[in-house]
Design a binder for this molecule. Structure first.
Ligand code: ADP
Ligand code: DP6
Ligand code: CO
Length: 338
């Protein structure tokens, strides 16, 4: 028996991926940009065991067995086997996979990103795959391609029909902007009603705003936010981040029939951050929300104590201890509004 255990962190998009041009290959309609969290915080941990005695492939997610007959898992496995070192017996053995997330699954906190990045990375180790694996992780879940590297990452949409140029690359390392912090505010840890896959399929089919965004908005935003990150220009970074999150959620409402991932607590957070920034006359904090009501706040280290105190004051119950780390560290708080 051969065993590999890996961990992979979540990543949080500041320019969102929402819409595919090819569902099977998971090719996006636009580039996206994200920050990969520190692996000490929100992460998937996956153990892959391979043995000639295993009768079939099996997978457990958070302790519950799931079907391995999942086209995305199978697609990743096929590509990993094609890229495996020749003569490696292990590729002919069945595998058992156990994965657990240390944060809410399917709640808009990028579990599919950490989960598939971890799965692909672990099996790639087992099969001694060499070279870029972001294109394989992408076939598990689009956002997963951005969790293979740390720091600041760009997923290039690519232009080739076979998707071979749709890969993710790091453009600034974790040590580039050491003052940057991310605060995660867990508003609701339930599974979302519409998975990201289903939601974006519906938006792609029905939202003309989504088409406008992909055709005319994102390219310039991507260039500008990369410049802002490289120059550590927090003001520009914050404004683009908030506008892009808002545009994504506006597209959800422009989808027909519409759906909303944000709830009233999310809206209170948005108003609070704008009031806080207005008080200082400059952006001090940027919010972003994925496909769920939970907030990720980007802010600089010096502002963390005041912002944490403010959050604890406005949302006094269930606030977990604040965690603190270097690089792109994460503070994780559970939130409920009184
Ligand atoms: P999220 O906002 O958390 O990324 P998604 O709707 O995109 O939610 O995806 C959730 C799905 O991702 C889960 O139902 C599961 O199929 C898959 N997933 C989540 N975590 C893992 C994991 N650790 N290993 C494998 N698959 C995972
Ligand atoms: C709102 O990568 O979860 O988090 O490719 O269908 O698995 P699939 O979707 P997924 O979508 C992520 C959407 C998002 C924005 C982002 O992470 O860029
Ligand atoms: Co996801």
């Amino acid at each position: 028996m051969t065993i590999v255990t890996c961990v992979a962190p979540v990543n949080m998009a500041v320019i969102k991926y929402w819409g595919k041009r090819n569902e099977d290959l998971i090719l996006p309609l636009n580039d996206s940009i994200s920050a990969t969290f520190n692996v000490e915080y929100m992460r998937a941990k996956t153990t892959v065991m391979a043995s000639p005695t295993f009768k079939e492939n099996k997978i457990w997610l958070n302790g519950k067995e799931e079907s391995f007959e999942n086209p995305r898992l199978l697609h990743c496995m096929k590509e990993l086997k094609q890229r495996a070192q020749k003569g490696n017996d292990v590729i002919n053995w069945n595998i058992h996979v156990c994965s657990e997330n240390n944060f809410p699954t399917a709640a808009g906190l990028a579990s599919s990103a950490a989960g598939y990045a971890c799965f692909v990375y672990a099996v790639a180790q087992l099969y001694a795959v060499e070279g870029d694996i972001t294109g394989i992780a992408r076939k598990g879940s689009g956002s997963a391609c951005r969790s293979i590297s740390g720091g600041w990452v760009q997923w290039h949409m690519g232009h080739l029909n076979d998707g071979s140029d749709s890969i993710a690359t790091q453009f600034a390392s974790v040590s580039h902007w050491t003052e940057m912090r991310i605060l995660t505010l867990v508003v609701n840890d339930n599974r979302k009603k519409y998975s990201s896959t289903v939601g974006m399929r519906r938006s792609t089919a029905t939202s003309s705003f989504l088409k406008h965004r992909a055709d005319s908005v994102v390219t310039e935003r991507v260039l500008n936010i990369i410049k802002a990150i490289k120059e550590k220009d927090f003001k520009t970074f914050a404004e683009i981040t908030m506008r892009d999150s808002n545009q994504f959620h506006a597209i959800c409402l422009d989808t027909f029939p519409p759906f909303m991932y944000l709830n009233s607590v999310s809206m209170t957070i948005i108003e609070l951050i704008h009031a806080y920034n207005d008080f200082y006359g400059t952006p001090k904090v940027a919010y972003t929300f994925d496909a769920g009501p939970n907030a990720c706040l980007f802010l600089l280290e010096a502002d963390v104590p005041e912002v944490v105190a403010l959050i604890q004051h406005i949302f006094p119950s269930d606030v977990a201890p604040v965690e603190y780390f270097k690089g792109i560290p994460v503070h994780h708080q559970n939130l409920s509004q009184e």
